[in-house]
Design a protein around this ligand. Sequence first.
Ligand code: NAP
Length: 676
Amino acid sequence: MTLQQIESFAAGAWIAPGEGARLIRSAVTGAPMAEAGNDALDVATMLEYARSRGGPALRAMSFHDRARMLKALAMEIGKHKQALYDISFATGATQKDHLIDIDGGIGTMFVFASKGRRELPDGYVYLDGEVEQLSRNGTFLGQHICTPMPGVAVHINAFNFPVWGMLEKLAPTLLAGVPAIVKPATASCYVTEACVRIMLQSGLLPQGALQLVSGGLGDMLGRLTCQDVVSFTGSAWTANKLRSAPHIIENSIRFVSEQDSLNASILGPDADPGTPEFDLFVKEVHREMTTKAGQKCTAIRRIIAPEGQVPALIEALSARLAKTTIGDPQLESTRMGALVSASQKRDVLEQAAVIGGEAERVYGDPENFTVHGADAEAGAFVPPMLFHCADPDRAERVHDTEAFGPVSTIMGYRDIGHAVELANKGMGSLVASVITHDGQVAREIALGTAAFHGRLYFNNRDSMKESTGHGSPLPHMVHGGPGRAGGGEEMGGIRGVMHYMQRTAVQGSPDILTAIGGKWVPGAKEIDAPAHPFTRKFGELSIGETIHTAPREVTLADIEHFAKFTGDTFYAHMDEEAAAANPFFPGRVAHGYLLLSFAAGLFVEPNPGPVLANTGLDGLRFMKPVSAGDSIKVRLTVKKKTGRNADYGEVRWHVTLTNQADELVAEYELLTMNAH
Ligand code: NAP
């Protein structure tokens, strides 16, 4: 039988396995199917290729260019996903599992593509937070900027999600403008390799932006510099070994770590049998135990329930687990496939035995279970195993032993404080869930447990139809956790992109900060608009382009007219005596919204032109009241421009209203869509 050759992609060429190649067996049949790895891989050249080719090419693209590239890549993978499904069965995964891995990975890329376009500038520098006022007169200011690291990201992934695990790291990395070298776990690297081929063959990626190591990394980590990043997912043992290497420590090389996690799920004291919450809890726990045969970093390992509900819960969960058909993942009737390998099976059984030292197995016998359509001995099959720990206070192993398979331990709690204590005994996890319909229970548990868990997932009858599941990390939300979970964070929208960028505090004058950030900073020089800015197309407008309007007097008749017209007859506008008694007003004052409307009347250019729509305003502040007889004038400045599509882009205008004494009356940012 010929073995499939799983290649690496190094410095622009596909490299076949060679000396040191490792054998990969089918999870389902145990038969040898492929080999991967080559000790002669030139990792120094790979790093150089990424740094000298991929990095510069990616950094020459704007954030939006890269976001568009991500979207196109996600679409390309989507077109070929059937091929990825087909080869993924050999990892033991079912079609439902593929949806999490492959469709989930594609979806994650789409989210980063869309967030990149909406939340990052159409430029090269990401501004983190607002300008900081560092001087009395505003001539010396501060601003945090983020720029891509000029190195390379080395992604070391776990075996369980060969596609999602790669894409959830790759999307933020490429969006940041950093090239990646991906090293999947060998056991399932053939799926990752196929996905990498799809991306490379699409021609969408610049050369050097993506390389692949199938097999071992050699001494790559020892060649990294302070401008490189390692993002690791896997066991705590490997993570600790790699992150504590002297070279990594001495050079302060960023090391993002996602590792073991003893995730908990708490059944609220209100969720008695018969409530929708009890049924929901059983459903969620069952799903987390059996999806991907429990090989999920977020799977529920510890089930924490009111002591009185433990027998009912064991009964309900056992009944549900008994209906879980185990077998060949390609069979439609199969609900749970195999573990990824025979060694993983050995490991799970060993860890289950450790848990068994402190807890009684109440469901699932690895010596006696039925496997449909496959050989139970040859494939890496195990049954779901439910344990009951009667004394979770004295027990230790149930709180620190991760059997990375369909294994979970149920334990009873006396009161909420006790439930919190048990949940936190995992010493840091990726996610804890709470099924309750009681807001106070949720609050108490959140305050008691949040610091120990990267994500808290609450669910009940109100949210269960649309909820995404305890075990689903979402690209919008942070994935990672403290302590045992590795202390890392991934995804979380643009937060995930920041792992591949350096945040730098920049100090200087308003003009300097405007030049660096590409966003006009108040106090920077104004550019006289050559014509009314509303008559100028998106591309013609310059940052800092400004108009000053003529003044307009605000009369008492205006205030009364506005009050009657809108119905806003608040006493501060209508009653001199009552208004004067208010600490904020000298007497009757103009409505803030009247001032905004007058401002628009002062700066607007009425004829059809490039301004297509006013889409909102941000940061509105009224600083000084305006009384009848005062006059206001407006300064309108182009602050920031963000391309949206081929037809138009968004212009953010800085608007100030001042009175006859040049005192600031109001300030805000106006948003318009302008045609190209
Ligand atoms: P693992 O054995 O620690 O392997 C993880 C990765 O590290 C694999 O790609 C592995 O490659 C690589 N690796 C091992 N030794 C290395 C070395 N000396 N230098 C460079 N790379 C090395 O973990 P696993 O068995 O694949 O995954 C299961 C574990 O991952 C579980 O503990 C699970 O909790 C954890 N996990 C965590 C998350 C999370 O997001 N927190 C997600 C998924 C899984 P080879 O396969 O080639 O050895």
